[in-house]
Design a protein. Structure first.
Lengths: 359, 179
């Protein structure tokens, strides 16, 4: 297997076989000419094709090419990306690139003293980042934590180097210098956090005071509010009562209307019945009159018969009269019933006259 | 339609060099490689213009397939009565080309010329698979599509081709470098 791997490795090296650029350029010219004279007519489905910027790395895979690119950008100090990321703060997209660059620079610095100095410079950068973050209005403390952790890392690194240098007895002055610088940095970082703490305390105190004022205002507004609420409640109760009343009135009106209609119907029916009876009585009277008008009549027997019939008819009419009065009395001012009554009354008058003449 | 032309030109820029290299390693002949490379791209465009191809899913595979078929045709059409002188001439050209390349490749583990020679001594089926897999860096799936064989078949052939190449190299006097 080992041998096969070596063979594969050597085969892969053949990838760098140089191509004849002149030939390829000439071929392209001919091809373009050919394409112009033989155009494509119908639609052709083609994949999306972009010239890969990684093609300049000639066959490297993506991960390797990206690493090379980043390292080149960082180490050479060039490339827009490295410059653009310089101002990035924790939580921003370019911050990862910035820290990657710093870590790479750190790893590539082999001299211990230079490495320690780099650590100090980076620690100073972290303090500056923390100050900038906390100067923002609504900052996320998580971002401060990121910068703080990196600050600790730089300080630890520089401290370890200084300690090692001192232990090995290499450069005591340098070790002392680094230690002093570290102390200064830590004091500065502490000051930054203490300033922030004071700011937060002041802010909090202010908020507490505002909260107290709001609470006091709320308390004083409470009785008025209660009164208003009570008044509102009473009004609401009155409205409810009125609503109920309205319903009751509506219902009563309906009941009265229904009752009145029923009564009216009853009266009309009764009047109608009375009318019928009057009509019957009239017909009977006419029959009796017809009998009286007969020439063969001898007198007494017929008179008795006539008289009885007439009295019966009259009694009927009187009963009818009384019933009608009662009905009209019940109804009150029913115009139709009254008109009917007037008609009936005139009938009565007509009947009395006839009886007197017959007798 | 201009979009199609632009895309095709872009695809040419991306893959022309790979196709030329591939054909060269298959034929071991610079002139033949150039001719076939030219023919590959002309044929590719022609199949679009004539409506024979209505869809290209993968430009790379498309070009490799055409080149592969042309190479097969080339071997089939190679007349047996080709003169020995012509053969020698071709070989001399090939060696000269390799020697020229070797000047630029100073730090290889093995002599590139010998590797190419051994590669060329393999049977075509093995050579094509090794060139496609390790020099052209094509995936097994892509090779399977180009040569029209199953992926399993391709994997087995790769394994056999490597074994065969190793055997060729071990038979050579420079075998010590691999032990």
């Amino acid at each position: 297997m080992f041998k096969e791997r070596k063979i594969i490795k050597e085969l892969k090296k053949l990838r760098v076989a140089p191509a004849d650029k002149v030939f390829l350029a000439r071929l392209k010219e001919n091809l373009v000419e050919f394409m112009r004279f033989h155009p494509v007519r119908g639609p052709i489905k083609m994949p999306v094709l972009e010239l890969s910027p990684l093609s300049i790395f000639g066959g490297m895979n993506l991960a390797k090419a990206l690493s090379v690119f980043l390292i080149m950008a960082v180490v050479l100090g060039g490339a827009g990306a490295a410059w653009a990321s310089e101002a990035a703060l924790p939580g921003e997209p370019l911050y990862a690139l910035k820290t990657f660059g710093e870590d790479t620079r750190e790893k590539l610095t082999l001299n211990p003293q230079k490495k320690a100095e780099l650590g100090l410079r980076l620690a100073e950068k972290r303090i500056s980042e923390i100050e900038k973050i906390m100067a923002e209005k609504d900052y996320k403390f998580a971002n401060v934590q990121i910068a703080r952790e990196r600050f600790r890392g730089h300080v630890r690194l520089a401290s370890d180097i200084a300690e090692k240098e001192a232990r090995l007895g290499k450069d005591g002055d340098f070790a002392a210098l680094i230690t002093n610088e570290l102390h200064t940095k830590q004091v500065k970082a502490k000051q930054v956090f203490e300033n922030e703490q004071d700011k937060i305390k002041t802010k909090r105190h202010k908020l507490d005071r505002e909260l107290e004022l709001v609470e006091e205002r709320a308390k004083s507004a409470l009785p008025d509010a209660s009164l208003e609420a009570s008044r509102a409640g009473k009004l609401r109760a009155k409205i409810d009562d009125l609503s109920l009343l309205e319903i009751e009135i509506k219902n009563s009106k309906q009941i009265i209307t229904e009752n009145f209609s029923a009564e009216r119907k009853k009266i009309f029916d009764e009047l109608g019945e009375e009318e019928r009876k009057i009509e019957e009585a009239r017909e009977r009277k006419e029959e009796i009159d017809d009998i009286d008008a007969d020439p063969d009549d001898d007198g007494d027997d017929n008179n008795d018969i006539d008289g009885a019939a007439g009295a019966a008819a009259g009694a009927d009419l009187i009963d009818i009269d009384e019933n009608i009065d009662a009905t009209i009395g019940n109804v009150g001012h029913v115009d139709h019933g009254k008109a009917l009554y007037d008609d009936i009354e005139s009938e009565f008058d007509a009947i009395d006259i006839d009886d007197e003449e017959g007798m | 339609m201009k979009k199609i032309e632009e895309k095709f030109e872009k695809a040419y820029d991306l893959y022309a060099k790979d196709i030329l290299r591939h054909v060269y390693f298959r034929l071991h002949n610079k002139q033949a490689a150039e001719d076939l490379t030219q023919e590959t791209f002309f044929k590719a465009w022609q199949s679009l213009a004539l409506g024979k191809t209505k869809e290209i899913k993968n430009f790379r595979a498309f070009f490799y397939k055409i080149a592969h078929n042309l190479i097969i045709d080339y071997y089939r059409s190679k007349k047996p009565d080709i003169s020995l002188e012509k053969l020698e001439e071709e070989q001399i050209e090939a060696v000269a080309a390799v020697a020229a390349e070797q000047e630029r490749e100073a730090d290889l583990g093995i002599e590139k010329e010998k590797l190419e020679k051994h590669l060329h001594e393999l049977k075509e089926e093995y050579r094509q698979i090794l060139v496609m897999r390790f020099i052209d860096d094509l995936k097994v799936a892509e090779i399977s599509e180009i040569i029209g064989k199953t992926k399993t078949n391709v994997r087995v052939t790769i394994h056999r081709a490597l074994a065969s190449l190793r055997k060729e190299m071990e038979n050579d006097l420079n075998v010590k470098k691999y032990v």
